[in-house]
Design a protein around this ligand. Sequence first.
Ligand code: 26M
Length: 820
Amino acid sequence: SQSENSYSTKLDKKAFKASVISHLHSTLGTDENKADNHAWFKATSAAIQELVLNRLRTTQKTHYMNDTRAVHYFSAEFLMGRLLSNNMHNFGLFETADAALKELGVDISDVLEEEPDMALGNGGLGRLAACFIDSLATMELPAIGYGIHYENGLFRQEIKKGAQIERPDSWRDYGNPWEICRPESTQEVPLYGYVETKYGSNGNIQKEWHPGSIVKGVPWDIPVVGYGGNTVNVLRLWQSQSSSHFNWDVFNAGGYVDAQRENIQAETISKVLYPNDETEAGKELRLIQQYFFSACSLKDIIRRYKRAHGDDWTRFSEQVVIQLNDTHPAIAIPELMRILVDRAELDWDTAWAISSKTFAYTNHTLLPEALERWPVRMLEKILPRHLEIIYEINHRFMQELEKKWPGDNVMKAKLSIIEESDEKMVRMGNLSVIGSFKVNGVAQIHSKLVKENLFPEFDQLYPNKLTNVTNGVTPRRWLKACNPLLSALITKKIGDQWPVNLTQLDKLSVFADDKTFQNQFMKVKQKNKEALAKEIKAITGIAVDTKAIFDVQIKRLHEYKRQHLNLLHIMALYKRLLKDPSYDMHSRVFIFGAKAAPGYTLAKTIIYAINKVADKINNDKRINNKIKVIFLPNYRVSLAEKMIPAADVSQQISTAGKEASGTGNMKLALNGAVTIGTLDGANIEIAEEVGAENIFIFGKTVDEVAAINKAGYKPYDYYYNNSEIKALLDWLDTDYFTPEQPGALSSLKRSMLEGGDPYLVLADFESYSKANEALDKAYKDKDRWAKMAILNTAKMGKFTSDRSVQEYVDRIWKLDTCKV
Ligand code: 26M
């Protein structure tokens, strides 16, 4: 109807004010005089949510009426962050809300600060899922995100005496204004038990799984508002609940997760997000989480399909495409086969034809320790029927291999879903490749390595299955909402369409040499730096010079990301300054944000080292404030939104071949930061876009890394042949940085010598140091730097997640837009 469609013009300032007040009274039960910032946050959110829900109903009705094909994005993680600011921006109501709240005597930024982050993800993979569902809604594509309603998201990080402490993240303590519980769509999930062989209705052998227990999955819907507010899709997150009539088996969680565990209850399943990205935990509870949300989601999809198509399965894969965000939901493949074969009683070939046209799989990593493998014994216990189905999939696949490569058992052993090790394992990557119609990597170099190193035989067997879709980020959150000053400047120059057509940013290129524009651009950067400096002061008590270079490395703590290379270089600068107080360098503030997996000892040592080196440097009067080192605790989406607009320099320094893509690299460059980075992941494509003059590339290439490792890498050679490297590593072995704890940093030194320096920190140090010198020189030339910064923003058009999603749509999902 007309009134429903005039959503964005419906609310002027006066009406918005009235709506907020009305919610303050009727939803919050308070009033203007008593309300604190949190009450204002709740009331403002409720006012917005009213519009959201109207558009949600209209969207769902429209999708239903049109019986649209939809993508179902299965992900164990959705790192959504805060939603209020984004939802207001997407409805075009941010300014209205700002003005309305002002008249009520309330500062909108205080209100926005009240919202807890939805931190239901670890890092890149989870945030990518959040960017993709934003793009899908913006592009008016029928889509639904499926995941887990974790009671506790990624742990809150505190730094005590320099070390990381984990605290639970209870993001729903005061209620969440966005989520809607849908008890009517509750699903049941079977677990454990045994499989019975019997005769089916057609006289064929049928299998029936008799589960040992059943848990309930209760869905919570989070509306996902597209830019312009037309389409509102949903993110459906499953919460586990015990179903009264079954007993619950004991399972082990272990470590950090153990500490969170209450009793032996079904509720445990969705209690906590596993905090270890890039390492496979092998924990029973993790597998149960994966099956729990995959099974609930599939049942939900099938219920919706049957409502429109009854028992006719022939159109299933025309209506449904499921994207697997890494192998975490790969158990959905045998689960769909189980439903089709055991429940719907389709024959295997028919079922397989449907299933293998339904799934597509995204690979996010090449690190061997991150490739998921589950003990056959564990699957047998928890999901006995799924193990049988996996064996059957594998058996038929082995027959296919025999036809293609007769007698080649080496090939069979390599490609088998079952790894015949001492403890037999199920390889979820192999299962995903075999069970999907497309497999993609997340940046050109990564996808090339997926083809050439990870799955070369699969690429031979299925020539067009492996492909690339380079990642992207949503410019609505990562420029428009987080950097209002730069956004306003850009809009003034090139109009207001860039948030939905990011390649238009290239129109800024012609102003890269324009002195007036350079001044405006760098003035915005300066203002953002001042805002971050205030934040740094408030959080750490440390005052930083906003004329210094703001150098930012923000990402999970991992050896392959090489925060310790950055740290060694900081120590080198410090040493050079101590040796020669006139050492020529522009003052620089090194800012870190990083969480370490709680069980990753060396990563925690690196955090400790950063903080201890920071203490020493920040308090050393001799170096005249030339260097400051800031570690901002509890790095998360909302903190990233404050750091990124203020960055001059973006550190993207992973060992070549290890970072699949990176997405922080895109966010920082988009906001005018200049990258210092290796030829890894999407850095390569960023360099292509901005040009070699506007990025500082250093370090060994993928091919050089391979050659060094092949020849046998000897970190000691660098230690003995480079006196600076030797001095720096030896410094870690003294009590200079940790007088109260001598030897606390020795393990960091050892990792780069006896430990073999697996990520080639020493091999890349000199090249990194030179790149930093070049960067320092460039910054001193104000015009040159302004031009570089502008061109970084101007050339980021490719990296909108709208482009990524369009590539998935064209080449994998085959969806049509559905105007709502
Ligand atoms: C696995 C098993 C048990 C517990 C947790 C996990 C797990 C969780 C998250 C493993 C990996 C996880 O994330 C990996 C990740 O974030 N990868 C990043 O994906 C980004 C999006 O594609 C890329 O840009 C990054 O380069 C890549 O590191």
